[in-house]
Design a protein around this ligand. Structure first.
Ligand SMILES: Nc1ncnc2c1ncn2[C@@H]1O[C@H](COP(=O)(O)OP(=O)(O)OP(=O)(O)O)[C@@H](O)[C@H]1O
Length: 313
């Protein structure tokens, strides 16, 4: 398995863990979605794949890339993992680029510094990469500064940089969320094309369940640091089994859908909210007193699991 996360729990001083017993996997050539509201722990999972953990955190469980344990590997292996096996693309491309350095410097410096490529070779590779992500006139782009490019073009540059070392795994953390809809569609098409061409595994993080269902092969829904439902994307969308997943789908309007929009009442818990039972119980329309007593175990449902005691296998 390309990425395997097993029972990952991260505690950083709050009354509840940031992540509790999270398990997921990503195979080669597979797009796996991670969906949840702000603060549910999506980015923490992505960062833990690169062993970027909250300072002083207590961590248990296992994170393995190509079978190698990321949490215990030596510094040399970790450098290699970050430099060439796993790449991350963030939400705001402007935060990834230095505004006073040219696009060419951004693309070549990392190749020279971390991959040890000669400068001329790095430049040739940068031109190939810009071409691969569909940028016209790559030579001129190398001379430009970030402010001369639109958000969508900059995200292409960031994706080009992420591909520089031929990684096996791409972590896309809200990579299209800051873009307008047409640019978002172009960027999604680009991500899918490079993913398929290179047989990349991709962990695709988004707060948008509809987007995840359309873009991913499988989806994990995260709530308050726990995975509440894991299913093939199509099944999750057509027949959500966890009340939270159903609630997320019901609160997003769709064109032509005559049903009223039903927001989920209340707010997701903060790290200072402790709970003994199901974290979603206080907001769940179907919760019973028993739901508050102990955490639900994942139940096998069609194609995956749902962690809810009201769900029948
Ligand atoms: N370094 C840290 N130290 C302490 N708490 C942290 C740290 N990083 C994240 N957290 C907390 O962990 C929780 C999960 O954060 P995370 O960024 O993973 O959520 P997210 O689902 O990606 O949300 P968003 O969509 O807003 O980025 C939040 O409550 C956050 O405040």
């Amino acid at each position: 398995m390309l990425l395997s996360v097993e029972g990952l729990t991260i505690e950083a001083g709050g009354r509840r863990p940031i992540l509790r017993e999270v398990s997921l996997s990503v195979g080669r050539g597979e797009i796996v979605g991670l969906v949840g509201e702000s603060g549910s722990g999506k980015s923490t999972i992505a960062r833990s794949v690169l062993r970027l953990l909250p300072a002083g955190a207590r961590v248990s469980g296992r994170v393995a890339v190509e079978g190698e344990d990321v949490l215990t590997m030596g510094q040399g292996a970790l450098r290699d993992l970050r430099a060439s096996k796993v790449s991350m693309v963030y939400q705001d491309p402007r935060s990834s680029l230095n505004p006073v350095r040219r696009i060419g410097d951004f693309l070549t410096e990392r190749m020279v510094r971390t991959l040890g490529r000669p400068k001329a070779e790095a430049r040739t590779r940068a031109l190939e990469l810009l071409d691969a992500v569909g940028m016209r006139d790559p030579g001129a782009r190398l001379r430009q500064y970030p402010h001369e490019l639109s958000g969508g073009m900059l995200q292409r540059v960031v994706i080009a940089a992420a591909l520089a070392a031929d990684p096996a795994l791409l972590l896309a953390d809200e990579a299209t969320s800051a873009l307008d809809v047409t640019t978002q569609a172009e960027t999604l098409a680009l991500l899918r094309r490079v993913q398929a061409e290179r047989e990349l595994g991709m962990l695709f993080i988004t707060h948008d369940l509809h987007l995840a269902a359309a873009f991913c092969d499988r989806v994990h829904v995260l709530y308050a640091g726990t995975v509440v439902e894991s299913r093939p994307a199509k099944e999750l969308f057509a027949d959500p089994r966890h009340p939270y997943t159903a609630g997320l789908l019901a609160c997003t309007p769709e064109l032509g859908d005559p049903r009223p929009i039903r927001p989920i009442p209340g707010r997701p818990p903060s790290l200072d909210d402790a709970f003994t039972g199901c974290p979603f119980a206080p907001r769940c329309p179907e919760a019973t007193a028993a739901c508050e007593e102990e955490p639900p175990r994942p139940v096998a449902v069609s194609g995956g699991t749902a962690a809810c005691r009201l769900v029948e296998a």
